[in-house]
Design a binder for this molecule. Sequence first.
Ligand code: GLT
Ligand code: MN
Ligand code: MN
Length: 388
Amino acid sequence: MPDFTPTPADKFTFGLWTVGNTGRDPFGEATRPVLKAPYLVERLAALGAYGVNLHDNDLVPIDATAAQRDALVREFQQALSDHGLVVPMATTNLFSDPAFKDGAFTSADARVRAYALSKTMHAMDLGAELGASTYVLWGGREGTEVDAGGKLLDALGWFRDSLNYLAEYSESQGYGYRFALEPKPNEPRADIFLPTVGSALGFIATLDRPELFGLNPEFAHETMAGLSFPHAVAQAIDAGKLFHIDLNDQKMGRFDQDLRFGAENPKGAFFLVKLLEESGYAGPKHFDAHALRTEDEAGVWAFARGCMRTYLILRDKVQRFAQDAEIQAALAAYRVRDAELEALTGTFTPANAGALKAHAFDRAALGTRGPGLEALDQLTMELLLGVR
Ligand code: GLT
Ligand code: MN
Ligand code: MN
């Protein structure tokens, strides 16, 4: 039995805001004390994590002086080098400050949009200083409750202009960031712009440098939209746009819960791990989740360890799935090959199209074939439940 202990080679990362979450929610105050960034680095390294990600203000308070900023950054860099952790991803907090209450890049106030750009460029400087190569953009406040403001089309234009500007800034500074847009359907706004992976993919195609932009999909966010996370991630992979990933879990139809990875829907988590492992995704596996509000600090580390262990256990199950003769036979039976028809459908030619139109299909046989999915799914369940 493997012991499922993570190592940096597994590329697991956490945000400072995740293990640093104090349990505050809209109805209640913090239940845990603030833990300092260097201490979080030390503890994550001891658990076998690879890296730590941050918003500008997770490390540097929004009103810090330049000298305070530099001292905090130096202390953090020291902890990273002492404990061997890296910072693969950075991002901007464009949602906490009241200035952003009606949007950042999509605010109707040109001064707020300008401040959002300025703040993001400063945060990109910080990320680059720490070695980050991925820049996440989660537009938590980019949305509306009231559409009477009439800005739906303008907002998309302002958003596009901002992303184009930031891409030019990154290139002009030589930062070489790859930007990862993180969709979410709602919360904290009633409706957030670019609510799903599919809508973000469509928007990226309209940018000046689409090659610099991809996705940071989050398990909880697609689930909140009532969508399948593995399906969304597959579409991002297919488009060559899976730049980063936020792993957690979520009950359908709830507020954003950011539960421990695999805690709620282990079967969905299994198919996600299978997709990541088998598609060759090589980026960090970032847990954007936090310990339950009920927990003390020991619960925080149980949570962090649990996220990584569950991923590794599911990765082991993926290998077992691939080696299971009965499962593989069921899979082989599921896929029906037909050399003659595949030759006709592979490439369009007038001759192929003509032959295809003239082909006599046995429609009744196609409709009566049983694909064996009940048996295949039960085999998968038994594998996941540990009896095969
Ligand atoms: C916030 C949000 C997350 C985003 C983070 C990046 S911040 O916690 O709920 O989904 O990934 O800005
Ligand atoms: Mn979330
Ligand atoms: Mn996230």
